[in-house]
Design a protein around this ligand. Structure first.
Ligand code: NAD
Length: 481
């Protein structure tokens, strides 16, 4: 059985206490690897390796850092098929999605930040002949990077690329549920000849390895993506040490469809925004609000398309919905469907294990995508993040009511708005309390734009120069003339 080891100072190393965790393929329920169950001493070793590498790396010219990261991007591209397969096996997502979304985005992340640092500028504030101020942007030191299981390589590289491009060294802690692509990436980091210690990967549980990183005094910066409750724990550990912290957390995103929308496009994209990656994307639109005059027509078309989604073997290129991340998560998601009934909702389709899966998938965490109607917006099903293939559909009567529903959540990550009325699109977009509003689209990502959440969806913004700002300290130099 494959053992996933830590990557510290350019070497693969077993965890110091010798323990391993099972890594399960959620489509079959079978163990596919054993992953290092690291603790504080492994994190100490990784932080020490990163600290040793930092003085030379921060002095390495931007052009050279850029060249090495471009080389890494090329190596990810050369290993495209293998990485897509590993991601699918580890997380249950369709391999077709890993090929379309996860691996291409990992490549783009490296190329984007490798080239961004070649174009960075800083500011100058002249003081009327008296003095000149200019801003230096300098790397912070050792960056702690903690990522979740839903987009493992995509989100890990979204952190490693800007951190290292900006001149930091890093200790990454991927999700213990999906360590395989991080493990392969570590080998590619070595192959790219990125100096030892610049990128370190420590595997293991959040409560052990993750916590050791967020509370480590040698790590002045934490970039975390994961659940809101975990985010609070990260903040509590990092706060007293005055770390720079970026938190990308959960969502309960509204998807508002006005009567004047292009209905066909709204239905088709709402299928993706509800069920892509089994609904396990923080940006999924899990609360659909439809203007009452088109509610029935939208619902008919939406339910029909939902029923036609192909749920099954993640390795089959035709599969649209794969397995959830684990049996435990499936039980949690299914529990919300029971709760929906208790709260007075009706399940129009889905919510069952697909009856006809081939034998090898019998133990898999599969769930047919579910559409729920008839719920109150204030109930738990419409308030709590379910993070699975479950969507609610609710009618509304006016733009104000739609905005009130959208904002009636403690989350504020993203929203979609469907309308052909441009003025209405602008008004509604401005009124929704969230970090990203898509109009007549979903998940269209320009890597230059600010990305992040309001309210309990996060703190700070990443993307483009926001990421490079986060991963550097601004220093003002004032010169008397
Ligand atoms: P999670 O919070 O359970 O775990 C995320 C990571 O944090 C994992 O690596 C985990 O091991 C680690 N961790 C757990 N406890 C920790 C602790 N006490 N200290 C330090 N690290 C700890 O989240 P998950 O279940 O892996 O991912 C799903 C969640 O992530 C959802 O809520 C989803 O909305 C959110 N998410 C947000 C974004 C975004 O950009 N806003 C993107 C993807 C996922």
């Amino acid at each position: 059985m494959k053992r996933v080891l830590n990557f510290i100072g350019g070497e693969l190393r077993p965890p110091s206490a010798g323990g391993y965790l099972p890594d399960v393929d959620p489509a079959t329920g079978e163990e596919i690897a054993r992953v290092a169950d690291s603790d504080a001493s492994d994190v100490d070793a990784a932080v020490a390796a990163a600290s040793r590498a930092f003085p030379a790396w921060r002095k390495t010219a931007a052009e050279e850092r850029s060249r090495l990261l471009m080389r890494l991007a090329d190596l990810v591209e050369e290993n495209f098929d293998e990485l897509a397969l590993l991601e699918s096996q580890d997380s249950g997502k369709p391999v077709a999605l890993a090929r379309r979304l996860d691996v291409p985005r990992a490549i783009r992340n490296f190329r984007f930040f490798a080239t961004a640092i070649l174009h960075a500028e800083t500011r100058c504030h002249p003081m009327d002949g008296e003095a000149l101020n200019y801003t230096l942007r300098q790397p912070v030191g050792v960056a702690g990077l903690i990522s979740p299981w839903n987009l493992p390589l995509y989100l890990l590289t979204w952190k490693i690329a800007p951190a290292v491009a900006a001149g930091n060294c890093c200790v990454a802690k991927p999700s213990e549920l999906t360590p395989l692509t991080a493990d392969r990436l570590a080998e590619l980091v070595r192959e790219a000849e990125i100096p030892p210690g610049v990128v370190n990967v420590v595997h293991g549980r959040g409560a052990a390895a993750g916590r050791a990183l967020t509370s480590h005094p040698g790590v002045p910066l934490i970039s975390f993506t994961g659940g809101t409750k975990t985010g609070a724990d990260v903040m509590a550990a990092a706060g007293p040490l005055f770390k720079k912290v970026s938190l990308e957390l959960g969502g309960k995103n509204p998807n508002i469809v006005f009567a004047d929308a292009d209905l066909e496009a709204a239905v088709a994209t709402s299928i993706s925004s509800s069920f892509a990656n089994q609904g396990e994307i923080c940006l999924c639109g899990s609360r659909i609000f439809v203007e009452r005059t088109i509610y029935d027509e939208f619902l008919d078309r939406f339910v029909e398309k939902t029923k036609n989604l192909r749920v099954g073997d993640p390795r089959d290129p035709a599969t649209e919905v794969g397995a959830l991340i684990s049996e435990a998560h499936l039980r949690k998601v299914a529990g919300y469907l029971d709760l929906a009934k208790e709260e007075g909702g009706r399940i129009l389709c889905g919510g069952r294990r697909p009856p006809e899966l081939p034998g090898r998938l019998a133990g898999g965490a599969f769930l047919e995508p579910a559409v729920v109607v008839g719920l109150e917006c204030s109930g738990r099903v419409m308030q709590e993040e379910i993070f699975g293939p479950v969507v609610t559909v609710t009618p509304f009567d006016s733009p104000d009511e739609a905005v009130a529903y959208a904002n009636g959540s403690r989350y504020g990550l993203s929203a979609s708005v469907w309308t052909r009325d441009l003025a209405k699109a602008h008004r509604v977009a401005a009124a929704i309390d969230c970090g990203t509003v898509w109009v007549n689209t979903w998940l269209l990502r320009d890597l230059r734009v600010p990305f992040g959440g309001m309210k309990e969806s996060g703190v700070g913004r990443e993307g483009g120069f926001d990421s490079l700002d986060f991963f550097t300290e601004a220093k003002n130099v004032c010169i008397k003339l």
